[in-house]
Ligand binder design. Structure first.
Ligand SMILES: [Zn+2]
Length: 298
């Protein structure tokens, strides 16, 4: 497919994020199902409600040698920050440790009480940065957007039909280590219970031209596309792309999600909070919230 060179570069770089270029074995899309009607309107997250989390992650990097990479105090403090917010919001949280490259890493899993535990909608983002910088676009932005979504769900006291679960992955940057570990440790029966995994890796990119939507699970993909169309926001079908959702797709679990793409300062020391566009970050957060709301209540 022809696409503008700038976009082609973006798509190519998305694979580099996880140093994972090979085409993953993702199951063929099943027959499309109609999108379920909303049972109620999703709440709206303000810019302050999402950017406050990003400021917290920047401060943690600043206090810990300028990064939040796997195996560092910056990562562990990021983890404790996110867990603290979730615990106060009423989530059941758990840390899932794994070892990589001689250091212990963690995934953080958070369940909202209620909903059918045999039908899980899982929403996640990687929390680690590279060692070169604080990782505010990649992926403080996705981590903060998913956290603000979780808090908004709690404030709305959402009554879900499906089980609503959130995840923050460790050690994505060295090669999807945390998400792979999580999926590998699930039994076949537990994998089957995950109806869809939605991934968010970079959501506040400056000078965004379009939202790059992962096309796999038909219902989630259609719901994202319909959401953006309704807001008059442009999208581009990136197929699968390369981030933690590949760990799920490789295990036969349907996936979707989106990214706002790779911007300046990618994997560099200048990927600071001023490398994230607050308006794009807010739009992305409300897209995650709006779509997740439809999927868990419909
Ligand atoms: Zn990333």
């Amino acid at each position: 497919m022809e696409m503008p060179s700038r976009l082609r570069r973006t798509v190519a770089l998305l694979g580099l994020c996880a140093a994972l270029i090979a085409a993953p074995a993702v199951p063929a899309a099943a027959a499309a199902e109609p999108v379920a009607p909303r049972t109620a309107q999703a709440p709206v997250v303000t810019t302050e409600q999402v950017m406050s989390h990003l400021r917290a992650l920047q401060s943690i990097a600043d206090r810990n040698g300028g990064n939040r990479a796997h195996g560092t105090s910056g990562f562990r403090q990021s983890l404790m920050y996110v867990k603290g917010v979730l615990d106060r919001a009423g989530y059941r949280t758990s840390l899932r440790p794994f070892t990589y490259n001689g250091a212990v890493g963690y995934n953080l899993i958070a369940d909202w009480p209620g909903g059918d535990p045999n039908h899980v909608v899982l929403v996640g983002a990687h929390l680690d940065s590279v060692e070169a910088g604080p990782g505010m676009s990649d992926n403080g932005s996705g981590s903060a957007a998913v956290l603000a979504t979780a808090v908004a769900m709690s404030r709305a006291d959402v009554a879900t039909k499906s089980r609503l679960r959130f995840a923050w992955w460790g050690a994505e940057e060295p090669g999807l280590i945390g998400s792979k570990d999580y999926v590998q440790k699930l039994s076949a029966a537990e994998r089957k219970k995950i109806d869809v995994y939605l991934n968010f890796d970079m959501t506040g990119t400056k000078n965004i031209q379009q939202w790059l939507v992962v096309h796999n699970d038909p219902r989630a993909t259609d719901t994202f596309e319909a959401y953006f169309k309704d807001k008059g926001l442009p999208t581009f079908d990136i197929g699968i792309g390369g981030s933690d959702h590949v760990s799920f797709g490789d295990a036969g679990i349907p996936v979707s999600g989106f990214t706002s793409g790779v911007g300046d300062c990618y994997h560099q020391a200048c990927d600071r909070i001023d490398n994230v566009d607050p308006q794009t970050e807010t739009v992305s957060t409300n897209a995650i919230l709006g779509v997740t709301w439809q999927l868990v209540t419909g």
